[in-house]
Design a protein around this ligand. Structure first.
Ligand code: R5P
Length: 281
């Protein structure tokens, strides 16, 4: 068995290979003069773990090329971050169900698929192969535990993130609450005012994704107004578009951290051990 990855998931892939005590396939990536992507994989095995987060359209195409390059091997697909999963239904006439369109691309060439904290687990039904969705909630809880807070409040920015926040909070038996968010557009959110038990406390806001940072910046303002001592922000997938990281730091967040499902300078926890454990079973 060997591990192979797209360009954007190479660190996580190497960690998965390390955890499985197996080797990683060397891949050469380049482009044709017209901009189309090209890749050439080194020596393959008869069983391959293909790792690639869909962080953008290029990453998606590269992943499809990689699956094709691994033809003839028994392939297990790992999608640490599945982009397009947030368009999980047709909200208005004429829209695609983007998550379904993407999932259908992986019906051939792989035996099964592992995702990590997929935005909406319902979309797993769109895959034509068996899927397993892993959660890094416990890992995030362990990391927060090591930060040494006394009596922190774990806060979900909306009710969709509440179950995840509760799982994080259960690691330390910490208090957990959630806010009511309404999304006005892709970049704008509104939060209903809510009295939280945040005064004189450290608060860790946890979510599956930080994209523009708008959700968490709005929540942070509310928390400081209510007397929170310090606010931290943690997510599984650090999409962090535009100046999101700086925007969050400028809004007074002490530290922003994420996992390595998207490899970032602020990736503090790894999905590798959990993915490796699933692949071993
Ligand atoms: C949406 O429901 C997700 O769980 C996140 O809350 C959302 O993607 C965060 O987006 P942003 O950082 O742009 O506010």
């Amino acid at each position: 068995m060997k591990v192979i990855s797209t360009e954007k998931s190479q660190i996580l892939a190497a960690r998965i290979a390390g955890a499985l005590n197996t080797s990683i396939v060397d891949v050469k990536f380049s482009r044709f003069p017209d901009g189309e992507m090209y890749l050439a994989a080194g020596e393959l095995d008869d069983e391959t773990i293909i790792v690639g987060s869909i962080t953008d359209s290029d990453a998606l195409v590269q992943l499809l090329l990689l699956i094709d390059a691994c033809e003839g091997s028994k392939n297990h697909l790992v999608l640490p971050y599945m982009g397009y999963a947030r368009q999980d239904k047709r909200f208005r006439n004429g829209e695609p169900i983007s998550a379904r369109a993407i999932a259908r691309l992986f019906g051939k060439g792989v035996e099964n698929c592992i995702t990590v904290n997929i935005h909406e687990p319902e979309v797993l039904k769109y895959f034509d192969v068996p899927t397993t969705n892993l959660s890094l909630a416990k890992d995030m809880g362990d990391y927060i535990m090591k930060m040494g807070f006394s009596n922190p409040l774990i806060l979900a920015p909306d009710d969709g993130a509440l179950a995840f926040a509760q799982d994080v909070a259960s690691v330390g038996g910490w208090d957990c609450d959630h806010l009511e968010k309404t999304r006005l557009s892709g970049v704008e959110v509104k939060m209903a005012p809510k009295k939280l038990c945040a005064a004189s406390r450290s608060v860790v806001i946890v979510d599956d994704i930080i994209s523009t940072g708008g959700t968490i910046a709005t929540a942070t303002n509310m928390l400081y107004q209510q007397g929170a001592t310090e606010v931290y922000a943690a997510c599984v997938h650090g999409v962090l578009i535009g100046g999101a990281y700086v925007h969050l730091k400028a809004s007074g967040i002490r530290e922003v951290f994420c996992s390595d499902t998207i490899e970032r300078g602020c990736s503090r926890l790894s999905a590798a051990d959990r993915i490796a454990a699933t692949l071993r079973n």
